[in-house]
Design a protein around this ligand. Structure first.
Ligand code: DON
Length: 578
């Protein structure tokens, strides 16, 4: 293995499998000084290495984010976008939106064919599928505002991992090999994901990404100009020209991440802080918690048909609202205050019948669900109590599958998150309308839900997930499992998940997660049931009993890294003005 963390730091950066009590699992870590949880061990270590050098939770997430672009190319990225929710130890709240935007040349019907039908191939696997990437602008912006380490320090791990390589895990080697046909369609992707003779990498082989290392070095040296101008921008535009893509030099140069007011709700005695539009995540999460609040969920029990029926009916109504009302609030008047109002939730849910399901067709009309699993969520809390929830994505696993030749990174296919045709579902079965129609420079609606739950001035849960439309219900369940059902973070994350999204009108259950009695009872209430494999991947952190706890979701090979020894001293982070 070529990558070795600095050994002094490695000694301090230990993932500790707890050996006592119900928290005794290898996917959990406890620390007094900071934790970072991501989908990749090397990226989590990059985060706690930054903390060991005196960096705060923002430095750690930025370091982990750039490392994840190297070690988890399915979703970690510099060619995609994301959302970050930050709560400083003094209680101030920030939300950074670095969602991709539609290129200026995009137009409403660009994914419809001559017959006016939605063309998923074009929306998902073409050069036109890519929105203007936002991740680099976002990571650099949050770092400039809050970081105490230098840009070179927070990018060093990512550059090292790309330049020196790392041994491929079985999981990654399998994913690369399974997508061979896709790689062969992009000269850039072929160069990255296949060996020169076009054979696949084997597990354990060193995976070096020389072009990506150079791109990351340009960003490290020049800041945002290293990506949005000069050589990298030129390479992106040249890649666009290979496939009639729309991203121009002007689109790149003018891209900016945006500071937004987080969605802040309260649920029982907790404050819930999450992402506003263009994500639907925060609005729906708060709306669903508002509908839930009058009920005694704890008395209904965990994974019982009555608690699941209640939550399914809540989800049905919230997702119906999403389809009509949610989109980029810079382009469309999203009724955020109304949707997150407690009175609205009461009236929206007053037709709930605990003995009878409602029908989505009575609320509106809909269609079929297909899922992929590749966004990724990172959570961090540092020893001072600063907390960061960060969800980032290329949309589908490995995005459009197209790598910018010479720059070594994958492009997103986020344009499919727009509603290409009113009433026709996208890859997550989600439908939309005017609010989320394609317009030049508009941001496509998201479900990403980076969330921080606060109690007694402490970040008790820092969470989020991939999973497209299932992201919001995953976050809802992690939160209610802790706050209502009194679970540990670890149990709350491990608990089997279920999902309803209004349309299609089915309750989706994680296979083998629910008893046959519960399934029978749900069917007696006339719910249609479908099964699928894992829902979500909620890499979560929190504070409890004087400890900072990190939990990687057992559904995947993520990693919770904790800082064992106190970090080098750096100045305290202040809350700068926006
Ligand atoms: O922003 C969104 O909601 C989607 N692009 C997220 C994609 C995703 O979660 C893929 N993984 N399942």
């Amino acid at each position: 293995m070529n990558f070795k963390p600095n050994s002094a730091i490695a000694a301090a950066v230990l993932a500790i499998a707890l050996l006592a009590g119900s928290l005794a699992t290898a996917n959990e870590v406890r620390s007094q000084h900071g934790v970072v949880v991501t989908r990749s061990e090397l990226a989590s270590m990059a985060g706690t290495e930054a903390m060991a050098q005196g960096g705060n939770a923002v430095d750690a997430i930025v370091a982990a984010g750039f490392a994840l672009a190297v070690t988890h190319p399915a979703a970690g990225n510099i060619g995609g976008g994301g959302f970050m929710v930050i709560r400083l130890a003094d209680g101030t709240l920030f939300a950074n939106d670095h969602r991709e935007i539609a290129p200026a040349a995009a137009f409403r019907d660009m994914f419809l064919d001559a017959d006016g039908d939605y063309n998923p191939q074009k929306a998902l696997r073409s050069h036109q599928a890519s929105g203007v990437p936002g991740s680099v602008a976002g990571l650099l912006t949050v770092h400039e505002k809050f970081g105490v380490l230098s840009r070179e320090q927070v990018m060093a791990a990512g550059i090292r991992l790309a330049k020196e390589g790392f041994p491929l895990t079985e999981d990654l080697a399998r994913q690369f090999s399974a997508r061979k046909d896709q790689w062969l369609k992009s000269a850039g992707a072929k160069r990255v994901f296949l060996k020169p003779d076009e054979s696949s990498y084997e597990p354990g082989e060193l995976f070096v990404q020389a072009d990506l290392a150079l791109t990351l070095e340009r960003i490290s040296d020049q800041g945002r100009d290293g990506f949005y101008k000069g050589k990298t921008a030129q390479l992106i535009v040249e890649e666009m020209e290979r496939g009639s893509g729309l991203i121009s030099l002007d689109d790149l140069e003018s891209y900016e991440s945006v500071w937004r007011d987080p969605i802040v709700g309260d649920y029982r005695s907790y404050q819930v802080v999450s992402m506003p539009p263009p994500s639907s995540g925060g609005v729906l999460l708060v709306q669903m918690l508002n509908m839930l609040e009058p009920f005694h969920l704890s008395e209904l029990g965990v994974a019982t048909s009555s608690s699941m029926h209640l939550m399914v009916e809540i989800e049905r109504r919230a997702y119906a609202d999403r389809a009509i009302h949610l989109g980029d609030s810079d382009f469309y008047p999203v009724p955020i205050a109304l949707l997150t109002n407690k009175g609205y939730a009461l009236s929206r849910f007053k037709d709930f019948d605990s003995n009878k399901r409602s029908q989505s067709r009575d609320i509106a009309a809909g269609n079929l669900l297909v899922e992929s699993e590749e966004t990724t969520h990172l959570s961090a809390i540092d020893g001072k109590g600063n907390a960061v929830a960060y969800t980032t994505t290329l949309n589908s696993g490995y995005g459009s599958g197209i790598v910018v030749q010479g720059a070594g990174f994958l492009l997103n296919n986020e344009m499919d998150d727009f509603s290409s045709k009113p009433g026709v579902p996208n890859q997550f079965g989600l439908i939309g309308a005017e609010a989320n129609a394609i317009e030049p420079r508009k941001r496509m609606l998201s479900s990403m839900t980076p969330t921080i739950v606060v109690h007694d001035n402490k970040p008790v849960i820092v969470t989020g997930s991939p999973g497209g439309s299932t992201i919001i219900t995953t976050v809802l369940q992690v939160i209610t499992n802790v706050l209502d059902h009194g679970m540990t973070l670890n149990d709350a994350v491990a608990q089997p998940r279920f999902h309803h999204q209004w349309l299609p009108d089915v309750v989706t259950l994680e296979r083998n997660g629910f008893s046959t009695d519960v399934v029978d009872e749900l069917q007696e209430l006339d719910h249609e049931i479908k099964y699928r494999n894992a829902i979500g991947d909620a890499n979560t952190a929190g504070s409890r009993d004087g400890w900072i706890i990190g939990v990687s979701d057992p559904r995947n090979t993520g990693y919770a890294s904790g800082l064992l020894d106190p970090p080098q001293e750096k100045e305290t982070v202040e809350s700068p003005s926006r």
